[in-house]
Design a protein around this ligand. Structure first.
Ligand SMILES: Cc1cc2nc3c(=O)[nH]c(=O)nc-3n(C[C@H](O)[C@H](O)[C@H](O)COP(=O)(O)O)c2cc1C
Ligand code: SF4
Ligand code: SF4
Length: 396
């Protein structure tokens, strides 16, 4: 059978799709993994565990999700941490069933003790994992110091080196973007032996609060406030930045994660340098059919654009990006309002910093001499009535 355009090779493994379900509550049991595969996932990173510590998040902890306005982002303090043997059983069973997905075992919680990292990684490998993800990406939300891996090169490199020597399958390191120098951190991971990098995990966040009633948690199920994590669409631009930044610093594959919710987002992440992607929140909110939709959209896009493989467009945006001081502004362009489109909604009249737009005789007027320009009016106009045109073509 002719290979599909969206197939991708990652660390020697042929993925049927570049979409990997990321570690979390979607990958904690066999039934969910079967769903992921039936809906076209190329791989799954199994829920993170540590064999050597009891728990990082209390075992009775429930994923308490607050969906943010817009419906595509959530804050959630985490979910119940399974035990190592529980997850090893999940990996053994899904492999026994002959899954075609790449199964990634996610090791967490070794803190500063390399032996703990080695123990978890080797046990996940022994259970049948095709690769190990070293989860150093926890968005440092109240993690006990003995299990927390600080995202600094001098802390991470020895543990990565030790795990790499102890396992025979590829080692992926999952990073947080919340660190002093992400590029330096990624390079240190590569030098220490990482075969790929997943970037990024959730961003740390404060929980939503009920500002009346004595400042209670908005959560219906939590009695107290606790730090939480932001995931989904709201973090997508940060994730693209992190993918781009890391892609420019390392030569190993980068797996993009954070806020992907459509096939267009997957394309963008690949254009910023990702070889594959991981998704959690969009599947959580919209179901596993999200993966079918992404695969279909991606296949169609590639066909329309004449791309025969993911590699054909990987990193294209990276080639365009310049430092801010080298960016050229378009000169001699003026803003005009298309009266045939404007419905006088007045949205553009209320832009705080703008002194250029006014209303005269039921017509929106832009004084281009006073325009900054900031581009806000073009973005906020619901009728796409504000256009940028070469000055010479505009009647004064
Ligand atoms: C409830 C919940 C549990 C998660 N558990 C893990 C985990 O155990 N290990 C891990 O590496 N990431 C975990 N994550 C982070 C996701 O894998 C992913 O990196 C993050 O949510 C950003 O991607 P998204 O915006 O597509 O959700 C969890 C996320 C959520 C919402
Ligand atoms: S580009 Fe900015 S400053 Fe110029 S007219 Fe529009 S909103 Fe005003
Ligand atoms: S925002 Fe657009 S449609 Fe509304 S008044 Fe301004 S130009 Fe007209």
């Amino acid at each position: 059978m002719k290979p599909r355009r969206i197939e991708q090779t990652l660390l020697g493994y042929r993925l049927t799709s570049p979409v990997i379900v990321s570690s979390g509550f979607l990958t904690r049991n066999v039934e969910l993994l079967q769903k992921a595969e039936n809906h076209g996932a190329g791989g799954a990173s199994i829920k993170s565990v540590s064999f050597s510590i009891a728990t990082e998040v209390p075992r009775n902890f429930r994923p308490d999700v607050t969906v943010l306005p817009g419906g595509k982002s959530i804050v959630c303090p985490g979910d119940r941490r399974p035990t190592g043997p529980e997850i090893a059983g999940v990996i053994q069973e899904i492999k026994r069933q002959g899954t075609g997905m790449m199964i990634i075992g996610s090791a967490a919680g070794g803190g500063r003790d390399n032996q703990k990292w080695i123990e978890t990684a080797t046990k996940l490998e022994a259970a049948g994992a095709d690769a190990i993800e070293f989860n150093a990406s926890h968005p440092f939300v109240d993690v006990p110091p003995e299990v927390f891996m600080a995202p600094f090169p001098d802390r991470m490199a020895p543990a990565i080196r030790a795990v790499k020597e102890a396992i025979n399958v590829p080692l992926i390191v999952k990073l947080t973007a919340v660190t002093a120098d992400l590029g330096l951190l990624a390079q240190a991971c590569e030098e220490a032996g990482a075969d790929a990098i997943t970037i990024m995990n959730a961003l740390p966040a404060a929980p939503p609060i009920d500002i009346r009633n004595g400042v209670r948690p908005v959560s219906q199920t939590l009695e107290n406030l606790t730090w939480t994590c932001l995931t989904g669409q709201a973090i997508f631009p940060v994730a693209c930045y992190a993918v781009a930044h890391v892609s420019r610093k390392v030569s190993i594959p980068v797996i993009g994660c954070g806020g992907i919710s459509s096939w267009m987002d997957v394309v963008k992440m690949i254009m910023w340098g990702a070889s594959a992607v991981q998704i959690c929140t969009a599947i959580h909110l919209q179901g596993f059919r999200t993966i079918d939709k992404i695969n279909k959209g991606l296949e169609r896009f590639m066909e329309e654009e004449g791309y025969s493989s993911i590699e054909d467009f990987r990193g294209l945006a990276l080639k365009q990006i310049l430092p801010q001081h080298e960016v050229k502004l378009k000169e001699d362009y003026w803003l005009t309002v298309r009266e045939d489109r404007c419905n006088l909604c007045k949205r553009c009249l209320h832009i705080g910093q703008c002194l250029a737009i006014s209303l005269h005789n039921d017509t929106i007027f832009i004084d281009n001499e006073k325009c900054l320009p900031c581009g806000t009016c073009i973005q906020v106009c619901p009728k796409e009535a504000i256009e940028v045109r070469p000055r010479a073509s505009v009647r004064n």
